[in-house]
Design a protein around this ligand. Structure first.
Ligand SMILES: Nc1ncnc2c1ncn2[C@@H]1O[C@H](COP(=O)(O)OP(=O)(O)OP(=O)(O)O)[C@@H](O)[C@H]1O
Ligand SMILES: [Mg+2]
Length: 308
């Protein structure tokens, strides 16, 4: 079935693209989502004009994973997620022998299962930059779409056979974690990193972020959403200038909103004044992770923005 980019994502050109049909179990569920023009145009350029894998980099909670998930959902695209970590080995990616019915049988790992899916899947390596570099290098042939033999089984795997596409997300570009804020990320092999189309997903602009919040909490008053988004923006500005260590991502902001909504109803915290649950929820959303001085500075920003 064909549908236009504009019909599918609410933005972009009236350019028709293929939407996969059927009830494939690996197609993510459609959720409310705001597709941002910059990220969408980069993602569509990769999808429509490139055959190479894609690297999506950007700060935590900016919307990397959810973008891939929600684009896949609307394209009817099966999505296999591979959670990466520092102890991951090739067996975690490709597969292993397991005992089944009393005998050893080969079980494909999520990466291989995605590559071999006849429906032509997207394979998403989450936090790819935590992988040991040697393990990531072992994917070079696969990243180039070249056929390889699986040593354990002798199986010939052709990554191009089904039209599978590889996407990696991470908080760094694999060069290094310059700020040191993402523990566990590793400098990756530059030859491997050279095989990717790269796009960056930064934090949404304040109007975009307000839209995201409205999508998630349509009943929450708009002027409060404005206030809370403004606080997040100011905290991020202070983080960039080195004046505040608080990471205030979209994920945190969403948590702050729903906790404010919850505590509003709680006796002794709620009542007519919304600023009391606002402050109470702020600590539970993010403040308690930091020392009392930082926490106080956070609450001062809230006071300044909403005058309470
Ligand atoms: N444009 C958007 N529309 C709706 N929700 C969004 C949008 N962007 C981010 N979110 C929400 O913000 C949260 C964080 O997004 P996501 O998990 O995609 O971030 P991430 O960049 O992958 O973070 P990390 O680097 O920590 O993995 C999710 O709950 C997601 O649904
Ligand atoms: Mg993510």
């Amino acid at each position: 079935m064909k549908a236009t980019i504009r019909d599918l994502f609410g933005i972009g050109p009236n350019y028709p693209i293929e939407v996969k049909e059927g009830n494939h179990p690996m197609v993510p569920k459609v959720k409310s989502y705001i597709f941002r023009p910059g990220a969408m145009s980069d993602l569509m350029a990769w999808f429509l004009a490139s055959k190479e894998p894609l690297l999506i980099t950007g700060p935590t909670g900016s919307g990397k994973s959810s973008l891939v998930e929600q684009v896949a959902a609307r394209l009817g695209q099966p999505l296999y997620t591979v959670p990466c970590h520092g102890q991951a080995d090739t067996v975690d990616l490709f597969g292993r022998y397991v005992v089944r019915n009393g005998s050893m049988q080969w079980a494909d790992g999520p990466l291989l299962a995605g590559i071999k899916d006849p429906a032509g899947a997207w394979v998403l390596l989450e936090e790819y930059d935590t992988l040991p570099p040697g393990v990531f290098v072992s994917l070079n042939a696969l990243l180039e779409g070249r056929r390889f033999i699986l040593p354990e089984t002798g199986e010939l795997v052709d990554p191009a056979a089904n039209g599978a596409r590889i996407i990696c997300t991470g908080n760094t570009t694999g060069v290094d974690d310059t700020g040191g804020e993402y523990a566990g990320v590793l400098r990756q092999n530059q030859a491997t990193m050279g095989r990717f189309v790269v796009m960056e997903v930064g934090y949404a602009s304040p109007p975009e972020e307000e839209e995201v919040l409205i999508k998630h909490f349509p009943m929450f008053p708009r002027e409060r959403i404005k206030v809370m988004t403004r606080v997040a923006t100011l905290v991020r500005e202070r983080y960039i200038t080195g004046d505040m260590p608080v990471v205030f991502c979209t994920r945190t902001l969403l948590r702050w909103v729903y906790l404010t909504e919850f505590f509003k109803k709680k006796e002794g915290i709620g009542g007519d004044d919304w600023t009391s649950p606002l402050h109470h929820a702020l600590d539970r959303a993010v403040g308690f992770k930091y020392n009392p001085t930082v926490r106080e500075a956070l609450h001062e920003i809230v006071q300044r923005v909403c005058g309470a």
